[in-house]
Design a binder for this molecule. Structure first.
Ligand SMILES: [Zn+2]
Length: 266
């Protein structure tokens, strides 16, 4: 831009001028582009005319008026009288700088959006593991009648059908209700010996055989885990154990499989 420059003080003015404009740019960056261009042009005019002769008399007023004309008109009207004309190259440079500024703005904007997006992504990624407050000891509605070892499974046994599962519990230990329900039978029942039957609703009943002692009576409501009897060896039994049956609408089913399907750890 200084290719026609002949005087060093003019160069200096231009440098000052640019410096001031750069300062102004920062302050006015977000304002209307025309507004800051006018202000910058006015400043240009003031500095340029200040270094020439006519500043005191007409310069500043003219500069104000001329500067209020936007765009190219302003550039041409306050062309300095002397040999150099720094305005056009300056303004070209300014335009390019403006474009660059605009680019930077957009770039930083898109960067912001990106970082926003990525942070949102992080949020959603962090939220993913959240839908697991349910594993807070969601206890099943059912349980085993005893923690004792299972000594015999449901199914064919020695040529006859075994309709339940046996738990080799100690004599006199607790027999627990496998779920909430109502006691529908207590007493002696053939091979079952001392028997308790609980109705759990929906056609589900549970049978507890061979007890030595009965702790509940017919019609009584019981809760899962409640002690309903003491382990014995009454009826068709060769040793103390609990014979558990689960019947669906009267039909015996594999009690361990049935409980396992209901999240009981068998
Ligand atoms: Zn049995």
């Amino acid at each position: 831009m200084a290719k026609h420059q002949t005087r060093s003080d003019n160069e200096k003015d231009q440098k000052d001028n640019l410096r001031i404009r750069a300062f102004l740019r920062h302050r006015l960056m977000n304002r209307d582009r025309n507004t800051w261009r006018i202000v910058a042009a006015a400043l240009t005019a003031v500095v340029i005319t200040g270094s020439s002769i006519a500043y005191a008399s007409t310069g500043s007023d003219n500069a104000q008026e001329q500067a209020s004309i936007p765009g190219d008109a302003a550039h041409h009207t306050y062309k300095p009288q002397d040999d150099t004309d720094p305005t056009p190259p300056n303004d070209e440079a300014e335009d390019e700088e403006e474009k660059e500024d605009d680019k930077d703005d957009e770039k930083s904007k898109s960067d912001d959006e990106k970082s926003k997006d990525s942070s949102e992504g992080d949020d959603s990624a962090e939220k993913k593991p959240e839908p697991s407050p349910e594993p807070e000891v969601n206890e099943p509605d059912w349980q085993l009648p005893s923690s004792a070892r299972i000594s015999s499974q449901f199914g064919q046994r020695w040529g006859t059908m075994h309709n339940g599962a046996d738990f080799a519990a100690n004599m006199g230990s607790d027999v627990s209700a496998i779920g909430d329900g109502t006691v529908t039978f207590t007493g002696w029942n053939g091979g079952f010996g001392q028997l308790v039957i609980i109705d759990h609703g929906n056609g589900v009943t549970s049978y507890y055989g061979h007890n030595s002692q009965l702790n509940v009576s017919e019609g009584q409501s019981v809760s899962k885990g409640e002690t309903i009897a003491a382990v014995g060896s009454t009826g068709d039994s060769t040793g103390p154990h609990i014979h558990l049956e689960i019947r669906i609408n009267g039909e015996p089913t594999d009690p361990l499989a049935w409980l396992r399907e209901r999240d009981v750890d068998v």
